[in-house]
Design a protein around this ligand. Sequence first.
Ligand code: G3H
Ligand code: 13P
Ligand code: ZN
Length: 309
Amino acid sequence: MALVNTTEMFKKAYEGGYAVGAFNVNNMEIIQGIVAAAKAEQAPLILQVSAGARKYASPIYLKKLVEAAIEETGLDIVLHLDHGDDFEICKACIDDGFSSVMIDGSKYPLAENIALAKKVVDYAHDRGVTVEAELGKLAGVEDAVKVSAKDATYTDPDEAVEFVQKSGVDSLAIAIGTSHGAYKFKGDPSLDFARLDKISALLPNFPLVLHGASSVPQEFVELCNKYGGKIPGAQGVPESMLRQAAKSGVCKINIDTDLRLAMTASIRQTFMEHPEEFDPRKYLAPGRDAIQKMVQHKIKDVLGCSGKK
Ligand code: G3H
Ligand code: 13P
Ligand code: ZN
């Protein structure tokens, strides 16, 4: 049981043709729900912290909660910075004891993105910390991504090879049609699997990462809407596509929106059914249980990492 970096975890995932879930954490109940699921499934686990989460909870609280989770479960867990914007935030997380960081230079031109990633890699690797970077841009919520636009924003396979070779990163997030949030597709969902397969073939034994991978289960959307929410038209990545990606070199699948939906649907339901309730434990505990149930389903039925701890 330990705080580990991604090296061994991704090696096993790649060889086993499964993916590890990377779940965003913001507070104790979210961490406990995810960790209970990973423990029940004896699954490898990545807990990731965004800049917003660091600001909300303060880094020390999240770090101590993750340490408690490792101690309580006996699992190996990666504590990862999600979407680090610049070298400084990556350095701060490494100095705080994170075992993995993402430097997201996807908004920069290729050479700049590579140089920034390499700077983080040099600092991180000296300290046993692994590094994820991103190449290509995830589709915006409103984007109707057409073929010509795809070439401008989706990850270019040859650039991916150049990026990995020059930067020395340990994993690479790619853009093949997913996007962050609850509104991912206007029409039928589709991902560019031909592109994924090409990148994967050019980078053998190299772990790829899929961001924006929530499935937006309709049961949560309907529950939210039934109990006063307003999220019509939300649509995520079908789970069958995530299964396929996990078999094509994608070793890390990022999920945040589904956690938010699971917890919010449950809390809305409690408030509507028990309007007299004002003890936070009475609505946070069912929210935590809803997260556990959803994460357990992902681990067992989607990512394929049950029993792979
Ligand atoms: O990719 C972004 C994650 O969903 C984190 O979101 O920046 O609101 O914490 P956040
Ligand atoms: P979702 O919004 O699809 O959950 O994606 C989360 C993510 O990519 C975090 O980095
Ligand atoms: Zn992301």
